[in-house]
Design a binder for this molecule. Sequence first.
Ligand code: HEC
Length: 476
Amino acid sequence: MRRPAHALAASTLGIALAALGTGARAADPPAPTWASDVAPILMGHCVGCHRPGQVAPFSLLTYADAAKRSRFLARTTHARVMPPWSPDGPEAAFVDERRLGDDDVATLDRWAAGGAPPGDLSKAPAPPVAGDEGWHLGPPDVVVRMLRPYSVPAGPGDTYHVFPIPFSLAGVPADVTARARIPDTDILAVAAVEIHAGNRRSLHHADVFIDTKGAARKREAAEGGNGYDSFGTPGFVPDAYLGGRVPGMTPRFLPPGIAAGVMPLAGDLALQIHYSATGRVETDQTEVGIYFMRGPVKRIMDTLYLRSFRLDIPAGDSRFVVEDSIVVPADCILMSVFPHMHLIAREVHAGATLPDGTERPLLDISRWSFRWQDKYFYREPFILPKGTRVHCRWVFDNSEANKANPFSPPRDIRFGPNSTDEMCEFQLGLIPVNLGDESLLLDARVRKMREKIAELTPEQRGRFRWSDAFNDLSGR
Ligand code: HEC
């Protein structure tokens, strides 16, 4: 994994190389300039992240920012490391693809080789106006915050912790809740949730569940702490799942009329957070922003998961392959796919076999990056007819040659909660075509989870403390 220290060293080198380049290329046609050629590329593809307060380690807003790193920018874009975008294909399938065209890559190359000339700075495009730096989706309708700051253990080993948080919609204007209300119910349709990390160093990923039975609060009280540890499940069967965040994910709204989830007028959020151990005690108090639907709700997003817990990856094995599949139980529109794995993962390949035998590729990633995971939304969502089999193949490389391997020499790696353990999941974001088919999806989801939990050894089940959830599911 690259560290900021390398970035610094490499950018210093970049300056030296750029300076050399000036002399060597003197006879070539005039190089592209920052003002007329390079700034439009950086403004369009880079500064969303490379600006103060955003995720990237340095800003690319000004000529000086870009010029001193011109070689570095050329090299990383050439190697397709930046902008970060993992899928190989299907080609042009996804919303907001972060791919740079070959022409743009060549322009950055020639600009660096030509000594990074500024051009006429007065004619440069203005940097795009920054949105709300705090909330990517704008001010939320309601913000639910962890009741107390939590002291994240220093490690070793990561922490999975669940925080029950009673929510109140008292501050939300009545017309907003009225518009989000599903007719004849006390249920509100949620357009999106955005999770605002209280501590970016330690928050690795987070999921938001709804708990109307006080199950999470009971467990917290029984354990006498600020929340409680629980990995994999929130420790009970939640009423609903509202959304989550993983590294590299962009929060977004769904197409008009499509809700991300539902929540009652009162109850608890159960916020489950995976904290990475940083080697010292960290403090976190994360917030969840909730955005309600503003117009009529046509459908609610639903999910099915493919996954495997049979991950016993021997040290040195450079190609460990696991597969899973699921049959779609009702006609559904496939909106999005979301693969999840950890550090030594290499590839993920998913496809659908339709009932008539047609094969349709869903997602191929051959250069998995743990730091850049996203939920990929199809530009043109399509129907998976009832009976479609979705299959997924995950590939891991536990050899010394895998630069992302956290262990040198390699060790046996198994399924587990730490980033240095492994996981494999593939989530389908679906909308049932026919109203009333939601229960078929719920049944398929529960069946799959039960089948998968049965794959765990009793030791693993005990260690992950899934017995409560498992018993709960077995009872269905
Ligand atoms: C979605 C956010 C995002 C976008 C868009 C993005 N970057 Fe980055 N960039 C990052 C982050 C975060 C890092 C730190 C390294 C990492 O996490 O991969 C980074 C690192 C870099 C580095 C240092 C790489 C290294 O080896 O350390 C360069 C150079 C770079 N970006 C250039 C660009 C350029 C040029 C563009 C546009 C063509 C761009 N980035 C677009 C987020 C982004």
